[in-house]
Ligand binder design. Structure first.
Ligand code: FEO
Length: 171
């Protein structure tokens, strides 16, 4: 049994995950226009990842007999500055999402909603990975600074990122 308050909060999170997808797709386009196809690819795969985050919540809400309420998605910026600034903004955004997930978990604990806690535990773990992945890219980016050769090498590495594996039903 899930409360209306919890359903409303999960629907809010659906919107935030949609915004994340939107943000990374906008970053992907921006990276492409500034001549960084590898960065663009990484952001494109991150967009796909966020879509998985959306559908997992969506499926859970429906599975609980709740109403999905799709809300308007905020327009993301069109420009993001230098490569290091792009990933600093990415880290900042992921830290924001982590705080949102933790707040939801707090609510699920307060409501003794064990099913939603089990769902949110997946997101808690996922956020640790999300932040870690971004930090792993930020470290070499800070190291190379404005060195074009170094940036090109990072771009080639980011070109290797493959699409995320779709989640199996109930996963
Ligand atoms: Fe869905 Fe990147 O958090």
């Amino acid at each position: 049994m899930i409360s209306e308050k919890m359903l409303e909060a999960l629907n809010e999170q659906v919107n935030k995950e949609f915004y994340s997808a939107y943000l990374y797709l906008a970053m992907s386009a921006y990276c492409n226009t500034i001549g960084l196809p590898g960065f663009s690819n990484w952001m494109r795969q991150q967009y796909e990842e966020e879509n998985l985050h959306v559908t997992k919540l969506y499926d859970y809400i429906l599975g609980q007999g709740g109403d999905v309420h799709l809300k308007q998605i905020t327009e993301p910026p069109q420009k993001y500055g230098s490569p290091v600034e792009i990933f600093e903004q990415t880290l900042e955004h992921e830290q924001f999402v982590t705080r949102c997930i933790h707040k939801l978990m707090g609510q699920a604990v307060d409501e003794q909603d064990y099913a939603t806690q089990a769902l949110l535990q997946w997101y808690v773990t996922e956020q640790v990975e999300e932040e870690s992945n971004v930090n792993d890219i930020l470290a070499p980016l800070h190291m190379v600074g404005d060195d074009k050769g170094g940036l090109m090498m990072i771009d080639q590495q980011l070109a290797q990122r493959v699409p995320p594996t779709p989640l199996a039903p109930g996963q």
